[in-house]
Design a protein around this ligand. Sequence first.
Ligand SMILES: *Cc1c(COP(=O)(O)O)cnc(C)c1O
Length: 367
Amino acid sequence: MSDSDLARAASLAHLRGASAAKGDSVAPPLQLTSMFHLPGDPAGVRQYGRADNATVEELERALSHLEDAPALAFPSGMAAITAVLASTLLAGDRLLVPADGYYAARELCGWFASRFGIEVDYRPTRSFEQGGFDGYRVVLVESPSNPGLDVCDLRAVAAGAHASGGLLVADNTLMTPFGQRPLELGADVVVASDTKAPNGHSDVVLGHVATRDGELWETLRRWRKLSGSIAGPFEAWLALRGLATLELRFARMCESAAVIAPRLVASSTVKSVRFPGLPTDPSHALASRQMRRFGFVISMTLDSAGAAERFIERCSLLEPATSFGGVHSTAERRARWGDAVDPGFVRLSIGCEPTEELWTALSAALA
Ligand SMILES: *Cc1c(COP(=O)(O)O)cnc(C)c1O
C-alpha cells in the first residue's frame, strides 16, 4: 500500500475526534429519528429522515475520507448502481456494460435499457477496449470482474470514454479503496457494495457512490431524496464500525489469498486457478500496474460440480454462502446461479482466519 493509503487508514480512526466538541461521545451516536425539531424557517438544518440523518452523514464522512471524494451512502450496492444509471442516462443514450460482471448489475442495465429507451451493449472485461467507446454516454466497468477475475485497463477505458464525451463508472466492490483507486485512474464515478468487505461482518446490506463531479453528486443526492433510496441509520452505524477495521481485515485477507493461491495451483485436485496475484495469471501484468493489492477472492475450478460441492461441504473453515468479503471465508459454486462458468468453478472468498489454519482446512477438504 502507498503512504497516502496508510495515512488515510490511520486518520480514519480520528475523523470524529478531529471535529468533536468537549463532552461529545467518542463513538458515533446512532440517530434513530424520522423527524427533527423544526420551528419556523427550515433552511440549513436536517429536515426529514428521508433526506437527512446524522449517522448516515457520519458514515459518508468516513467513506468520503477513504475515497478521497464526496460519497453518498445507499441502502445497497444495487441501489447505488441504480442511482448512477438514473442520474446519468436519458432516453436515446447508449450504455456499455461488462458481459462478465456482477449478474444483478447486468440484469438491471438490461431492464433499465428496455424500459427507458436506452441502448445497452455488453463486452467481456478482458477485451473491453475492443470496439472503442464512440457514442457511449455511460461506460460501466468491473475490474477485476466478479467472478472471473479478468481485468481491464482503467486508465485506457477512462481516456476512451472521455474522448467521446462519456462517463466512466467503476464498480470497485472487489477491491475497496485500499486495493484500487479508480478515481485516481480516471474514472468519474466509483460505485461499491459495502455489504462485502467494507462492512465485513455479513450483517448489513449497504452501498455507496463517490464522485468529484459536483453536478452529478447533486443529481445523485436529489435522486436519493426523491426516490427514497436512503440507507437506514442502524445499518450505517454498523458499517461505520466495520469500516474502522477495514484496512486491517483487508490486509490479512489479501495476504492470506496471496499465500493460498499458489498452493491451490500446486494442488493435484485443482484444475485451474484465477488470481491476479499469480505471476502466470492473464490479469497479472495489468493488475500489478493499476491495483494496490491483488484482492482476497480466488476463483478455481475443480473436476466436476460434485467435487466442488464436496470440497465446500467438507471444509470446516468455509461457509457455504453467496456473497464475499466477510471475516469468515466463504465459497460457492457459481454455476448454481447460471453464471457462464465451468460446473466445477468455485469462487473462494478468503476471510480473516489465521492463514496456516485456513490452508490446513482447505487442503484437507481438497484431498
Ligand atoms: C454484491 C455486488 C453488488 C451489489 O451489491 P448489494 O449490496 O448486494 O446490492 C454490485 N457489484 C458487485 C461487484 C458485487 O459483488
